[in-house]
Design a protein around this ligand. Structure first.
Ligand code: 5AD
Ligand code: SF4
Length: 433
């Protein structure tokens, strides 16, 4: 029987990318689907959605509208992911041609969802932490691996606890086997995923040996043939000394870390319910910089959270001067349903939010240009992962700079020493030495 065709579009974060890989694995290996990039020939069209800010939610409805026009007769449309979780049946009301809705944390139900008309799978308490998903990866060289599901921090701006439910850790044996299998198939790097990775081990579904995130990193680093370990996102609150020690001392752990700051004002951090002060954050960031040579620190910053004064905003700018982040993901605060901050009455006008975002991004770019310039003539070890146009190939340094050189397939999956000849803001150009 010839395979049915699956078209899947993924919005949002790395966790969503991994959820899509799980969906593809289940459908191709259990239900005789094969992937297509041509929506018009697809028998099943899926969109894996994000709801962290308002924009991607609008995108969902414009995209499914377009799918409806393009799809062939009889093709099904499924809405998966975070927006599916929190809008649930409302999606059927707004877009009646949608065949099923499958929330994040319910991914393992995909094989049922495609068979049951108007299937709705959005149970936030559903625990698939020990589900043995079939195997599919977009990249041979870099393997995404989930280590925990959900988050129960309830930061006051954040919808994620309402889309991915409470935090639960995935058993060590599943993670370890997945990592070993990926490495045996050619992966050089594993990328551990979770909403608060360094809270790993607080709660498992069943009895489990005691284990924290640092222990997990140590165990995984023993895998022979594995060269690099990355992870996202750690929470600054859980960066204890043991974690700092493991991170800085273990040579397989890449020296780049995402430390979501959100705000540089203690007042705002408190109303956000982040659980740390700017002093704690700075202490951790600077300690890490002193322990690791060539460390890159990336961050997330929200501007114009309700009640953010000009002074609060300036404190975020001061943190940029002090930490000198290599990368900043900056966002205007976006009001999200089901969150405490959405009910706060001191929302900031859009013009002020836009202005603050612009100021913050411009200052970051100035600092980044200085950082990037310093990389010229330096030599880095680069893992090449991706072919680019015009006979170029791209990869990343241990500390996460994107590097591009002249080269072809033979470099894929290889680690090479590269000297940087021309450092640009978004990419460092170089040559193999
Ligand atoms: N508004 C703006 N940005 C948000 N983020 C999460 N929720 C919101 C929101 N309501 C940002 C945070 C988080 C990143 C993934 O998205 O900075 O770390
Ligand atoms: Fe990822 Fe959060 Fe978006 Fe869900 S809402 S896809 S967890 S960024």
């Amino acid at each position: 029987m010839s395979a049915k065709k699956l078209f899947i579009q993924t919005l949002g974060c790395a966790m969503n990318v991994r959820d899509s890989e799980h969906i593809i694995a289940e459908l191709t290996q259990k239900e005789n689907y094969s992937l297509t990039e041509d929506i018009q020939e697809a028998d099943l069209i899926l969109i894996n959605t994000c709801s962290v800010r308002e924009k991607p939610v609008h995108k969902l409805f414009s995209e499914v509208g377009a799918f409806k026009k393009l799809k062939k007769n009889g093709a099904k449309i499924g809405v998966c992911g975070c927006t599916a979780s929190h809008l649930g049946a409302e999606i059927f009301k707004k877009a009646p041609y949608v065949d099923f809705v499958l929330g994040a944390r319910n991914v393992s139900k995909i094989t049922q969802a495609i068979k049951i008309p108007k299937f709705l799978g959005t149970d936030l308490n559903y625990d698939e932490s020990d589900f043995a998903f079939k195997d599919f990866r977009n990249s041979i060289y870099k393997a995404y691996i989930n280590i925990s599901i959900g988050c129960d921090k309830h930061c006051t701006y954040c919808i994620v606890p309402h889309t991915r439910g409470d935090e639960i850790s995935i058993p060590f044996a599943i993670i370890f086997n997945e990592a070993k299998k990926a490495v045996s198939k050619g992966a050089k790097e594993i990328f551990l995923l979770g909403q608060n990775v360094n809270n790993y081990g607080k709660k498992f579904k069943n009895e489990h040996k005691k284990m924290d995130f640092s222990d997990l990193l140590e165990e995984l680093s023993q895998i022979e043939g594995l060269e690099r370990i990355r992870f996202t996102s750690p929470h600054p609150l859980h960066m204890d000394d043991k974690f700092l020690h493991t991170f800085s001392q273990n040579p397989k752990i890449c020296k780049c870390i995402h430390m979501p700051l959100q705000s540089g004002s203690n007042e705002i951090l408190k109303t956000m319910k982040r659980g740390y002060t700017k002093e704690w954050y700075l202490d951790r960031a600077l300690k890490l910089r002193s322990l690791c040579k060539n460390l890159s620190i990336s961050t997330d910053i929200i501007v114009a959270f309700p009640g953010e004064s000009q002074r609060d905003f300036e404190e975020s700018l001061e943190m940029i001067e002090k930490v000198r982040f290599e990368q900043i993901f900056s966002f205007k605060y976006s009001k999200r349903p089901l969150t405490k901050a959405a009910l706060m009455d001191n929302q900031i006008p859009e013009e002020i939010a836009s202005k603050r975002l612009e100021i913050l991004q411009n200052r970051h770019y100035e600092i980044l240009d200085e950082i990037v310039k310093k990389q010229e003539n330096q030599i880095f070890e680069v893992l090449f992962e991706e072919l680019r146009a015009d006979g170029e190939i791209a990869g990343r340094t241990d500390n996460n700079f994107l590097v591009q050189i002249k080269g072809s397939e033979e470099f894929l999956g290889q680690m090479k020493q590269v000297k940087i000849t021309n450092a640009r803001r978004m990419v460092l150009y170089g040559e193999v030495v």
